[in-house]
Design a protein around this ligand. Sequence first.
Ligand code: ZN
Length: 133
Amino acid sequence: MDKIEHIGIAVKDLDKSNTLFAKLFGIPHYKIEAVESEGVRTSFFQSGPNKIELLEATNPNSAIAKFLEKKGEGIHHIAFAVKDIEKEMERLQQEGFVVLPGFPKQGADNKIVAFLHPKGTNGVLVELCQDKQ
Ligand code: ZN
């Protein structure tokens, strides 16, 4: 695994949070993107070397809606850049981590993504993301 690619934060109202985070970083989001298959709308901020993804649920059965219901707003996942997602998934599975079913697939911001089950990672949802060629 390489560097932290971004940190994902679950929010109830993306438009309000975009305003808030723009004030925090002193720079507005650089994109908004819906991922229909995941039932989310996302926005991205680049603050210096740090990238933050905000996630809002667009349907009540999405993982983000369930997360917000259970835990409220806050840090949802940490994403690590990987060069070869298939190889990294295989390595992690051999180490006993559980890759969530249905991945890798197309994520937001031109990435191919996969997630590790947080039960195996001390409660932290880990995202692997590879640049889409
Ligand atoms: Zn993410």
